[in-house]
Ligand binder design. Structure first.
Ligand code: GLC
Length: 433
């Protein structure tokens, strides 16, 4: 738990303004009466975002005289979801704001306020596709803090050393990694592997496996119209390919790796490639990082050179609980944190990709976050969140459990997808929502 800064109550309410649209909206909203007394808000957040959030929240506290208590819990997205659902379903009145993963916004949506009620128009500052992801049955239930997309980090020094071109397809990546690993092991580095990724049984594995499957033409587990599509030869081939990696291209411990474990493995110089999210970049470039200056970043490989980009979209957002006693003040904080000023500071601190469109052209963002290229974050693949609605958690759990079993060779890819298809169709029986 973290509680800090009571701020300076003599100052007027915080009113950030950048673009004309934003300035107009804020000018209109300035007629709203200032809160009579300082309010303490409680924000529940993912631990990895704590530091960056604290910095931005401190600005808001100072400007408004209100204060914020920051709470954190588990590290993995799946565990955080379990906790949030319990708090929201119990009608917990102490938590005002939750930071939510894009993947499960639909599941907690009934407990969240429609943020357009508090300040319609601010959403126009963000990438439209991202706002769509947080609009459930016409209600804008969260505002994006940043967008994520899967990316592939690679050891530029090692590819250069062996004169290897960047591999833009999975088969080329496997070839390239095997060449480097064989050569490096021959020189005595027996500790090096080809690829690290998120192979533990959790949401991160869903993202990785969807990228393999989609790249090879195997679809998105459940199609846009709700049909279960996972049982197909392309999906089987993609999962078979990944199962072959465990213990050969990837270390056996990949089956227990989340984002941070795989990041550390790569950062220690133990893998040629790392599939992860953009936040990893500054860690790799830190002063004490063994791979500082030796790393490059490229898109997640395709199945064929002209195939679609399989990079899975992700990201986090801030939502106000319906059960909060301070909904209006909480919405004000959310708008500040996700607006141009707050989002810029947050993204620069934590190296995230902004969703505020103007920030893609901001020179500081472009310098600090080399991956902040707008096109890249609009051509992504969505998890089947929208089509499976309130059941997405069960869909993803069944999916990553099956994929984990396949990777651990407890089941063949063929049998795995047959059972998964049956389980998903049972879930679908009385509709997805
Ligand atoms: C990242 C993504 C999020 C995804 C999670 C999986 O945090 O932003 O959308 O669900 O990783 O571990």
């Amino acid at each position: 738990m973290s509680s800090f800064g009571t701020g300076c109550s003599g100052l007027p309410p915080f009113r950030p303004a950048l673009t004309p649209l934003f300035a107009f909206i804020l000018a209109v909203s300035a007629f709203a009466p200032a809160p009579a007394a300082a309010i303490e808000l409680t924000v529940y957040c993912n631990p990895s975002q704590l530091g960056a959030l604290q910095g931005v929240i401190a600005d808001w506290e100072e400007s408004t005289g209100n204060s914020v208590r920051l709470l954190t819990a588990h590290d993995s997205s799946s565990e955080v979801l379990g906790l949030y659902r319990k708090l929201l379903e119990d009608g917990n009145r102490d938590i005002d704001i939750y930071n939510v993963d894009q993947a499960w916004t639909a599941m907690v949506a009934p407990h969240l306020v429609d943020l357009r009620t508090y300040m319609a128009g601010l959403e126009k500052l963000h990438l439209p596709g991202v706002i769509d992801n947080y609009t459930i049955h016409g209600r804008l239930v969260a505002m994006p803090q940043f967008v994520d997309a899967g990316v592939m980090f690679y050891r530029k020094d090692l590819l250069d050393k062996y004169n290897l071109p960047l591999p833009f397809t999975w088969s080329r990546l496997v070839e390239c990694a095997n060449t480097v690993v064989a050569a490096e092991r021959a020189t005595g580095d027996s500790d090096i592997w080809g690829l690290a990724f998120q192979g533990d049984r959790y949401e991160g594995l869903t993202c990785c496996a969807l990228e393999w499957i989609y790249a090879h033409g195997g679809g998105t587990i459940v199609a846009g119209d709700g049909a279960v599509t996972i049982n197909n030869p392309d999906a089987v081939a993609a999962l078979g390919m990944a199962a072959d990696w465990v213990g050969t291209l990837s270390p056996p411990e990949v089956l227990a790796m989340n984002e941070e474990a795989s990041r550390k493995f790569f950062q220690d110089g133990r893998a040629v490639f790392l599939r992860n999210w953009p936040y990893v970049w500054p860690y790799l470039q830190a002063g004490d990082s063994p791979v500082r200056g030796k790393v490059g970043v490229m898109p997640v490989p395709k199945g064929t050179p002209n195939g679609p980009s399989p990079s899975v979209s992700g990201g986090w957002a801030l939502a106000v609980s319906k059960h909060s006693r301070h909904r209006e003040t909480a919405a004000d904080l959310v708008f500040y944190l996700t607006g141009p000023l707050g989002q810029k500071k947050f993204c620069l601190t934590d190296n995230h990709i902004p969703s505020v469109t103007s920030l893609f052209f901001d020179p500081e963002i472009r310098r600090a976050i080399p991956m902040a290229v707008q096109e890249f974050f609009t051509a992504t693949v969505a998890r089947p969140v929208r089509q499976t609605g309130g059941k997405y958690d069960r869909v993803t759990t069944a999916f990553y459990e099956t994929v984990h079993d396949i990777l651990a060779k407890r089941v063949t890819p063929e049998d795995g997808v047959v059972k998964l298809e049956a389980a998903l169709n049972r879930l679908r029986q009385d509709g997805w929502n």
